[in-house]
Design a protein around this ligand. Structure first.
Ligand code: LLP
Length: 431
């Protein structure tokens, strides 16, 4: 839960000083509730813990113009990975020089735009991209400031879809094979390109610091090799994001201060051993800033007890959203929890599974949760920890309307992303 969330005596969930039942009365369900104070506090915690580093908030976790403004106000930089995210950031007035632009397949048009907007760093991910940037800078006379995404050859302990530093995946150029070094030689010689440094991101939802440690060592070794063999001292280095958060009480969330200390020590130690000056470092947390700051509120529509083989009963509680607003349970087998949000209950708990309203059996929001046995249609359920990769990965499956994001702070609520309407859906259907 976000730090301002609590349940009042009547069992009503209150976030940012606003009772969730009041929000629902005004805005209906399903809805994402974004705790602004919590978001800002987490952003500041990273900024302060990593003092002397640059902290890039990873917009892919969740981005809208309000969030881009908060990020700017809290003194963080921003990582975008598509033209759409760049558009949102620029519309929010975000300083392009403080934006990093990622992607393994940026189009020529996207690169041209990034260069002409003056994006602070473009993270190059392929040899073709170097060629494209050379062409663009030749045409426009602009300089492209770039980092090279490298593959550190690390097996991060997380879901295979979100691990990104082993060799057999699409991101970056391999350190081990020498591809990264060849690309760096090319970048360093290229006209119109300013080589800032190396970039490594090992994966997401990672708790074990050893992956970051191994990656940092290998990336710093390459940094030193470039300095020695090419005579180029790259001024920067980015160690990526991926810091895990607690989705259930079993997880132990990452602590920015501890991370900063550990990562700082590794870098200092390695630089001393390699005899190089430490480059200016940066990280890119997304989930760890926005994940805990949001929850999703649903209304229960149907309740169906199902008798299992062993005779036990599982209560299927259907809510008015599902995999269109949170695909993570279906896609990564993610664990969520939930609570009754609009009343208290003393009914004995039952084993429940919270499911959505979509046309497939995998449409599960919360796989296992004990809910009061009197859970009934009309009840409100709130699922915490849905800030990262839920609204940003939401879809219109079954022509669902994507829910609004309502920011709450000091007892006030403000819609920052409105609910989609059927007109929004029909607007693109031009047949
Ligand atoms: N930097 C780069 C280059 C990334 O690719 C990512 C995430 C991040 C930073 C931020 O990682 P974070 O701190 O948020 O873990 N949809 C998946 C996660 C995909 C992550 C993609 N890249 C999920 O829902 O778990």
């Amino acid at each position: 839960w976000s730090s301002t969330a609590y349940k009042d005596d009547a069992g009503d969930l209150v976030v940012g000083g606003v009772p969730v039942a009041d929000l629902v009365a005004d805005h209906n369900t399903p809805a994402y509730v974004l705790d602004e104070e919590d978001f800002r506090t987490r952003a500041r915690a990273f900024r302060d813990a990593f003092a002397g580093w640059d902290v890039y908030y990873a917009g892919k976790a969740f981005l809208c113009t309000a969030v881009a403004r908060w990020i700017a106000e809290e003194g963080l930089c921003l990582d975008v990975c598509s033209a759409g995210e760049l558009t949102v950031a620029l519309r929010a007035g975000f300083d392009a020089a403080r934006i990093g632009y990622h992607g393994n397949n940026k189009s020529i048009a996207e690169l041209r735009r990034a260069v002409s907007e003056g994006v602070g760093r473009i993270i190059v991910d392929s040899v073709q991209e170097i060629e494209r940037l050379e062409m663009i800078t030749r045409d426009t006379g602009c300089t492209a400031r770039v980092m090279l995404r490298v593959t550190a050859g690390v097996e991060a302990h997380t879901h295979e879809y979100i691990a990104t530093a082993h060799e057999d995946q699409k991101f970056g150029l391999s350190i081990t094979s020498g591809d990264a070094f060849d690309a760096l030689r090319r970048l360093q010689e290229a006209e119109g390109i300013e080589l800032l440094g190396l970039h490594s991101h090992i994966g997401s939802q990672i708790f074990d610091a050893s992956g970051f440690e191994v990656a940092a060592r290998r990336v710093l070794a390459l940094h030193a090799q470039v300095s020695e063999e090419l005579g180029v001292t790259m001024p920067e280095m980015d160690l990526g994001g991926g810091f895990g958060i607690a989705y259930t009480t079993q997880d132990d969330p990452s602590d920015p201060a501890q991370l900063a200390t550990e990562m700082g020590k590794i870098v200092e130690h390695e630089c001393r051993a390699l005899g190089v000056d430490a480059p200016r470092l940066s990280i890119e947390p997304g989930r760890a800033i926005v994940g805990p700051a949001m929850c999703t509120v649903y209304t229960v529509g149907t309740v169906k007890p199902v008798t299992l083989d062993a005779g036990a009963v599982r209560t299927y509680v259907s809510v008015d959203g599902g995999m269109s607003d949170n695909i993570r349970t279906a896609l990564y087998d993610a664990d969520y929890s939930c609570t009754l949000a609009g009343r208290s209950s003393t009914a004995p708990p039952v084993l429940a599974r919270v499911v959505g309203k979509h046309c497939e059996a995998g449409d599960i929001v919360v796989r296992d949760e004990f809910l009061p046995g009197d859970v009934a249609p009309g009840d409100l359920l709130a699922v915490p920890g849905t800030g990262a990769y839920c609204r940003s990965m939401a879809s219109n499956y079954n022509h669902a309307l994507r829910p609004p994001v309502i920011a709450v702070r000091d007892g006030e609520a403000r819609v920052v992303v409105r609910r989609e309407t059927e007109d929004d859906l029909l607007a693109t259907d031009v047949g």
